[in-house]
Write a new protein. Structure first.
Length: 297
């Protein structure tokens, strides 16, 4: 049974989830959320009938703060942390990760993300592509799925897939949107990962942002559409000579208008913005196009 724990990030419901799965070796957590919501995570684990110290296994999709920011705290209470090999070094020594984020978030770091401390080497386990973890009678298969991040894993448990960010962001009955923060966005690799998901024997997607979805083919088609739509919108602005200062407010309004057309009210749009800030996609997609050198082509 999958228990969805709402971490109530920034006071919004259904913005960031952690997933608790019961096993013969105690509860397994997929995703920790940021350390700023750690007390909400503890409360959620308690509501499932466990103490946080009962969690001995933490599976991360990737190391972005909203997915893995509290991993160190779980490691300190006795959990093993499973992560992509390319992300492991940043959990062992998070200083560069923290300083990079601080340049973006400035004095909002603590409010948004909380503390960040190293995960000790003996608590950290690097997981190759296609490896299966056997935990308490359950089999978790790791699928390396780059595109959103080079260090991304989607975790398969039977017919369920815990998708991190590779299957996008979708809240309630709202539309799917594509989280495109810097520095690793790569549209072609992302589409290849979507293709991998299409070929898996699964019937449920569990999105960290947010919840369970069963309409897999339509969901993935909508994600591919919005990836192209947003990437081409940004490319067009760059061809016209617009930089991030000018393009960002225009893109924020473009995304908000798309959400309004889907029937969302301003509170629901705010929840999407908490789960996937539109301004970050400007930075990520501009970096993507600059790296390709394809502007004007």
């Amino acid at each position: 049974m999958v228990n969805i724990i709402d971490l109530k990030f920034q006071g919004f419901s259904e913005a960031i989830a952690s997933f608790l799965i019961e096993s013969g070796d105690g509860p397994v957590l997929v995703e920790t959320g940021p350390h700023s919501t750690f007390q909400n995570l503890v409360a959620g684990v308690n509501s499932c009938g466990y103490q946080i110290e009962d969690v001995k296994h933490v599976l991360l999709s990737h190391i972005h703060f909203d997915h893995a920011g509290a991993a160190w705290a779980l490691a300190q209470t006795g959990a093993k942390v499973y992560v992509h090999p390319l992300g492991a070094k940043h959990l062992l020594d998070p200083s560069r990760l923290y300083e990079s984020a601080k340049r973006i978030y400035k004095d909002q770091m603590d409010i948004l993300w909380g503390k960040l401390e190293p995960v000790k080497q003996d608590r950290l386990i690097q997981i190759p592509d296609q490896e299966t973890l056997k935990i308490g009678g359950l089999n978790f298969k790791a699928h390396h799925t780059p595109g959103h991040a080079i260090h991304h894993i989607a975790w398969q448990l039977e017919d369920s897939l815990f998708t991190g960010d590779v299957a996008g962001v979708r809240v309630g009955n709202g539309p799917i949107v594509a989280p495109c923060p810097p520095p690793d966005i790569h549209i072609e690799h992302w589409k290849e990962s979507i293709g991998k998901i299409r070929n898996m024997a699964i019937s449920k997607l569990y999105l960290t942002h947010y919840g369970e979805f069963n309409d897999i083919d339509q969901h993935l088609s909508n994600l591919e559409f919005i990836l192209d739509d947003w990437a081409n919108w940004i490319k067009d602005k760059m061809k016209k000579g617009k930089g991030p200062e000018e393009a960002t407010p225009e893109f924020q309004e473009y995304v908000a208008s798309q959400l309004r057309e889907e029937g969302l009210n301003e509170n629901e749009i705010g929840r999407y913005e908490a789960a996937n800030p539109a301004w970050m996609s400007v930075a990520g997609l501009m970096r993507y196009w600059n790296k390709l050198g394809g502007i004007g082509a």
